[in-house]
Write a protein that binds this ligand. Sequence first.
Ligand SMILES: Cc1cc2nc3c(=O)[nH]c(=O)nc-3n(C[C@H](O)[C@H](O)[C@H](O)COP(=O)(O)OP(=O)(O)OC[C@H]3O[C@@H](n4cnc5c(N)ncnc54)[C@H](O)[C@@H]3O)c2cc1C
Length: 456
Amino acid sequence: MNYNVIIIGAGPGGIFSAYELASKSPDKRIAVFEAGHPLNKRRCPIDGEKIKTCIKCKSCSIMSGFGGAGAFSDGKYNITNDFGGTLYEYIGKKQALDLMKYVDEINMRYGGEGTKLYSTAGTKFKKECITHDLHLLDASVRHLGTDINYVVLENIYAFLKDKVDFYFDTPVDTIKAVDGGYEVYCGDTVHTCEKCIVSVGRSGSKWMERICGELNIPTSSNRVDIGVRVELPAAVFSHITDELYESKIVYRTEKYGDKVRTFCMNPKGAVVNENTNGIITVNGHSYEDKKKQTENTNFALLVAKHFSEPFKDSNGYGESIARLSNMLGGGVIVQRFGDLIRGRRSTPSRIEEAFITPTLKATPGDLSLVLPKRILDGIIEMIYALDKVAPGTANDDTLLYGVEVKFYNMEVEVDSNLESCYKGLYIIGDGSGITHSLSHASASGVHVARSIIENQ
Ligand SMILES: Cc1cc2nc3c(=O)[nH]c(=O)nc-3n(C[C@H](O)[C@H](O)[C@H](O)COP(=O)(O)OP(=O)(O)OC[C@H]3O[C@@H](n4cnc5c(N)ncnc54)[C@H](O)[C@@H]3O)c2cc1C
């Protein structure tokens, strides 16, 4: 075998597996195969001038490369079992939290020191939320910010680069189980290993589905979250974001009893495009560096859609809705809340005249032509509910970008070591469907590395 361990994917899951293995078991020969570029070569070509919208690069620098989907993210590490994944169902709540805290310690050691750890413990805001039937979830949030997150990744890479063989721009085509391990195929080249950790994230979801099919690894899937990204003046949410930074608030709609939740809150941040399998959706981030901050805060409002038999393709449903917005707007659509309520599209002049400057160049349009009624009704209800705890949320000029889709990878059947039905083949991070966040994905990486070391 060429390697003791091959890791597929250099996102947080893969990086933390490599980190733990390299630091605790330095004799192991470890390789990381990554479809995207090294960190310093990752650059999205959209510059707002020459290139205004996504040109669908072969390897999307936002989603792929060293650092994975999280590399240019806001670097919010939510230390909680309440959201961000269901790792605790596999390894227990205490262990999951301990691993997330361990990841936080490493991030602090590699450049994150001095960044703020926010907490919902003891906040008065929780009571205020409940008064209006809004439910604030418990969490500690380490906010690295896009800039410090990048520095942490640079430093971890510097630690790893002489201990681990990195193969960038090298997508793995397939994996075959052989006697004593696995063959990993990249084009015409085959590498062999005793153990294989698969951490391909959201961008590798279709690949993961194929591999599970080829290897007959059981999977299940039935959920997709669909909604919009809300952008408003930072002052509207400042009393909440100053104290908590990120607040995850859940609301059950009166009309349908659907759950709507806030997601990925970026105080003084920017709204960005996201490319998932060639479909342009919306996301957001913010910087720790005050010079790079904007005057706006953004967050997503998402409605979870669970499907029952016979329909199985929940991601396909989400993709179709996102495709519709791409078809109408050529990418992401932006609409003022006031225009949506009055049943009219936003136009460039209505956006121009608004008292808020959009941070993303999106096409003014009508989200009611894109989002299913039930989802749109839920979002509108939640905006009015949020207006009670953050007055101004339901102002006419509040911007809604659509669509934001949170795709869930199908859940791969694994045991408490995150090992599949194949001995020595581990599926972790967002690619496993078990995690949906930086901290959970990273923690899953540490968990498998430890289990490999303990069972060697
Ligand atoms: C814009 C944005 C902002 C975000 N902000 C936050 C945030 O603030 N907080 C938070 O908790 N989460 C955030 N997330 C989500 C977070 O980034 C992910 O949950 C996390 O990165 C998952 O880690 P992962 O290692 O499982 O997968 P990923 O980070 O997706 O990494 C997987 C890697 O595998 C590679 N890969 C895929 N297929 C193959 C293959 N066949 N061969 C080789 N390599 C392959 C990909 O190129 C990728 O680099 C954000 C996501 C985005 C896109």
